[in-house]
Write a new protein. Structure first.
Lengths: 111, 115
């Protein structure tokens, strides 16, 4: 069942700016994951954050998780044209790695 | 390099025809998944398999069938009962050791259209 819901749905920024996307969910989770999808391609895993973690970093990516508000954010710092893609959050509610995906955020980085 | 291979990249189906989408992985992953993606939408789970010779229905299994006879392979058949099969189909795999926190690895998809 669909659970993740990203906000905003579409984002257009200049190269070098930061991009922030939010994701909300409805039920308790085991972990939350962010994926990137380039046009016409498969998804690429970016970061997994467990329910007992509050923040995680990977390179220019920063993910936060607030389980009390049932929300997560993905921050891309110093964006590049190559960051142009759709970004999806996905939640694992029961630890069976059965993911529920949001509808995605389309990010366009203008050179 | 290890990865997931989906074939064909594009597939066309005639009315009343069954078609099979291939998914092969050499990552030695136990779990495999099939998703459907419609334009501007997220992924919806069709079927998944945690181990060879076992699989479970996902959220939208009607009109689809799968088999898991080998660890490396998880083919998806889109049957004639699926009345709206036009979509982008994605296959994924993951480890199950410490299964609570495993990312999924995706193939590059098969785009299915109706003739």
């Amino acid at each position: 069942s669909q659970q993740g819901e990203e906000d905003p749905q579409a984002l257009s920024i200049q190269e070098g700016e930061n991009a922030t996307m939010n994701c909300s969910y409805k039920t308790s989770i085991n972990n939350l994951q962010w994926y990137r999808q380039n046009s016409g391609r498969g998804l690429v895993h970016l970061i997994l954050i467990r329910s007992n973690e509050r923040e995680k970093h990977s390179g220019r990516l920063r993910v936060t998780l607030d389980t009390s508000k049932k929300s997560s954010s993905l921050l891309i710092t110093a964006s590049r044209a190559a960051d142009t893609a759709s970004y999806f959050c996905a939640t694992d509610a029961d630890g069976n790695n059965r993911l529920a995906f949001g509808k995605g955020n389309q990010v366009v980085v203008i050179p | 390099d290890g990865g997931i291979t989906q074939s064909p990249k594009y597939l066309f189906r005639k009315e009343g025809q069954n078609v099979t989408l291939s998914c092969e992985q050499n990552l030695n992953h136990d779990a495999m998944y099939w998703y459907r993606q419609d334009p501007g939408q997220g992924l919806r789970l069709i079927y998944y398999s945690q181990i060879v010779n076992d699989f479970q229905k996902g959220d939208i299994a009607e009109g689809y069938s799968v088999s898991r006879e080998k660890k490396e392979s998880f083919p998806l058949t889109v049957t004639s009962a699926q009345k709206n099969p036009t979509a982008f189909y994605l296959c994924a795999s993951s480890r199950t050791r410490d299964r609570f926190h495993q990312p999924q690895h995706f193939g590059d998809g098969t785009r299915l259209s109706i003739l």
